[in-house]
Design a protein. Structure first.
Length: 132
């Protein structure tokens, strides 16, 4: 199981992103190997907003209708929300978002060690990022 981060989603959809080719190649491997991929509703919201603003409605529709069909979406419940907010407030950092803190909490809950991400905050939090 891998957690799919906003940075990976944006890299896949945005052909001008510096990580686009690596993201597309890695995602092809995930699909070909039928690996389990998980994200959460805050990532979906964040990614949809970014993609719609940068690339328009049709790109956001592609994310929601096509890309996410291959990803399990965990809806953030009150306990996960509380864990993320508590960690966010405790960190007191301008650089680590609430969305990332919720991702870290979900990864700990589900015992997930790898994140498909181009965000080094996952490494700093003790997780592995893919692709290498």
């Amino acid at each position: 199981m891998i957690l799919v981060d906003t940075s990976a989603i944006v890299s896949i959809i945005d052909a001008t992103d510096p990580n686009h080719r690596r993201a597309v190649d890695f995602w092809s491997q995930v699909v070909d190997q039928d690996l389990d991929a998980l994200t959460h509703s805050y990532v979906v919201s964040e990614a949809t907003s970014l993609i719609q603003r940068r690339h328009g409605f049709s790109a956001a529709r592609f994310l929601l209708d096509d890309f996410l069909s291959g990803v399990e979406v965990h809806f953030v419940d009150p306990d996960l929300q509380e864990a993320g907010v508590t960690a966010f407030l405790a960190a007191g950092s301008r650089s680590i978002s609430l969305v990332d803190q919720v991702s870290f909490a979900l990864m700990r809950q589900r015992d997930i060690r790898r994140a498909f991400a181009f965000d080094d905050d996952f490494l700093k939090a003790g997780f592995e990022t893919v692709p290498d």
